[in-house]
Write a protein that binds this ligand. Structure first.
Ligand code: FES
Length: 152
């Protein structure tokens, strides 16, 4: 049954090749499901970075700030807790700071992906990847500092 073995081997090779061709086409030509925030950790220093004073972030409002070349979304809860996410949506780089903030989440204004402010988790697509979420601390003078885990 050598012929059958060879035929099945060729069939397997063709299936793997077709899968690779299709995956490459979807990823590189169609940009289906890419993570547009992948470069963010590589554009930031691993240290704590100053973002501004608490007074610059009104409760419940989405505020956009720049950390070097990286725009970030800052949302301060009424209780004072501050959330900071990368501002460009992981789907196709929509500006989350122009989106809708509600129920502890932000909705992208372009295609409606929803991300949880606390940790950047993608709650609803089309985004397939979470938003980078920053650690936040406030020093004694009221200045907000952020740090992205894994940056550098
Ligand atoms: S760019 Fe945000 S959902 Fe598409």
């Amino acid at each position: 049954r050598v012929a059958l073995g060879k035929a099945l081997g060729w069939a397997g090779l063709c299936a793997a090749g077709a899968g690779g061709l299709l995956g490459g086409h979807l990823a590189f030509r169609q940009a289906a499901g890419p993570n547009k925030t992948e470069p963010v950790p590589h554009l930031l220093e691993p240290d704590w970075l100053p973002l501004g004073s608490m007074a610059e972030f009104p409760a419940g409002e989405a505020v956009r700030r720049m950390l070097g070349e990286v725009p970030v979304l800052v949302v301060r809860e009424t209780g004072g807790l501050i959330h900071v996410l990368a501002d460009r949506c992981s789907h196709l780089s929509g500006p989350l700071s122009e989106g809708t903030v509600a129920d502890g989440c932000v909705e992208c204004p372009w295609h409606g992906s929803v991300f949880r402010l606390a940790d950047g988790k993608n709650v609803r697509g089309p985004a397939t990847a979470p938003q980078p979420a920053f650690e936040v601390r406030v020093d004694s003078s009221g200045t907000v500092h952020v740090r992205l885990p894994g940056a550098g």
